[in-house]
Design a protein around this ligand. Structure first.
Ligand code: ASP
Ligand code: MG
Length: 418
């Protein structure tokens, strides 16, 4: 079932009464369920949605920093924890949170049931710690909804085609929510966050950053890949492939957040650039004397998600990969017998905007801004809607601030909200 933006966007933008609701999937991130008080607030939100007439499915992340703590614990036990056992461990975090939310809903007088990913019918491939959802068998959820229950599903996990517990990669509860919204034909997939939307830059770095009203799937994919942490990259892919409209909104207020949907003319006319994203969580590798086919096949074999790839000379390839995958990447390069070096002192900055396709001068403004800052860009790469490059990590914040300013993002976003 497709929710076209013509149904979803104007109703909210114009403050018209909400259409009659069918099923709504509401996902709450770790900080939204960070303590008992917040868990009770999440329960109250779910109950309010139910009172409004919707069939309600809640998806929750693990409380606060639980996943980080569990990963830390695993590494205190073992230098290289077995991925299968890591999944058993990490999946417990979401299971705890969703049972607690179900209890809190019960105390508000409504029936609720919590389900693990596997009970909820989330079927994945067999890649431990980064599994992909391949199917949703939603019978048990439908049955519980038919019994008038609020259904809580533990995010970030599923059961593999080998009947083993898997997890979906960091931020994977977003994928759980989107997959459920697609499978249930939900009218809405709402993702509740502290920030309450997608911003023109990380507000922790750029205080003038503005919340975007609407972002197209392609832009959101670029932003997520560029390190905007608001949504897991795969969840955006899932949403695009299944035409699920997303609403990233605030846990604490009822203000509209950011709609993520099919790109339309209106979005393109709003602003050329949507945001400046950055990440310090990538390492850049320079490899000498390996054939590209062998190199990338070996990395793919170990499930390393390679990003920027640049050939700098006949036998030198530069690529980036997540810092999380550092140990496997190094081991893979060693096994290939390639000579290689790593830069872990760079940060990637990406300028993203669908309007870039038809506007000249974006690269010029980007690199003249850098020159004024005396910051030298490395490994420049582009897509039709993105310009990305690396800068020394020490310069990343001031560079992001200057680019946000140079592209007038604070004010263009303001106009776009009007
Ligand atoms: N708890 C998991 C994580 O921290 C999954 C999620 O939050 O979506 O990555
Ligand atoms: Mg998240």
């Amino acid at each position: 079932v497709t929710v076209s933006e013509s149904e979803a966007l104007p109703a909210v933008a114009a403050g018209e009464p909400a259409p009659r609701l069918g099923t709504v999937v509401m996902k709450f991130g770790g900080s939204s369920v960070g303590d008992p008080e917040r868990i009770r607030r999440v329960a109250a939100r779910l109950v309010a949605a139910k009172a409004g007439g919707a069939r309600v499915v809640g998806v929750v992340s693990a409380m606060g920093r639980t996943t980080d703590e569990l990963i830390g614990l695993a590494h205190q036990i073992s230098p290289d924890p077995d991925p299968r056992e890591l999944d058993m461990l990490l999946s417990a975090g979401e299971r705890i949170a969703c049972a607690l939310v179900a209890m809190a809903v019960g105390d508000l007088g409504l029936e609720a049931v919590s389900l693990t990913g596997s009970q909820a019918g989330i079927v994945t491939d067999t890649v431990h710690t980064k599994a992909r959802i391949v199917e949703v068998r939603a019978k048990r959820i439908h049955d519980a909804l038919d019994e008038n229950k609020i259904v809580l599903v533990a995010g970030f996990q599923g059961m593999s085609t080998d009947s083993d517990i898997t997890t979906l990669g960091r931020g994977g509860s977003d994928s759980t929510a989107v997959a459920l919204a697609a499978a249930l034909g939900a009218d809405a997939c709402e993702l509740y966050t502290d920030l309450g939307g997608v911003f023109t830059a990380d507000p922790a770095v750029v205080p003038a950053a503005r919340k975007l009203r609407a972002v197209g799937y392609e832009e959101m994919l670029e932003l997520a890949a560029a390190g905007a942490k608001v949504l897991q990259l795969r969840s955006v892919e899932l949403a695009r492939n299944h035409h699920v409209t997303l609403h990233v909104r605030s846990t604490v207020s009822d203000e509209p957040g950011t709609w993520i949907t099919e790109e339309d003319e209106r979005m393109l006319q709003q602003a050329v650039i949507s945001g400046v994203a950055h990440t310090v969580e990538e390492a850049v590798y320079r490899v000498h004397g390996a054939a590209p086919a062998d190199l990338f096949a070996a990395l793919a074999d170990r499930e390393v998600n390679v990003d920027t790839i640049i050939q700098t000379s006949a036998d030198v390839i530069v690529f980036s990969a997540p810092l999380d995958d550092r140990a496997v990447t190094a081991a893979t390069l060693d096994r290939l017998g390639a000579s290689w070096s790593e830069h872990d002192d760079l940060a990637k900055i990406s300028i993203v905007g669908a309007g870039m396709k038809s506007h000249p001068g974006i690269a010029a403004l980007t690199f003249t801004t850098l020159r004024e800052l005396r910051v030298e860009p490395h490994f420049i790469s582009t897509s039709p809607i993105k310009i990305a490059f690396y800068v020394p990590r020490a310069d990343v914040e001031r560079t992001v601030q200057a680019l946000h300013e140079a592209f007038g993002l604070a004010s263009s976003a303001e106009e776009r909200q009007a």
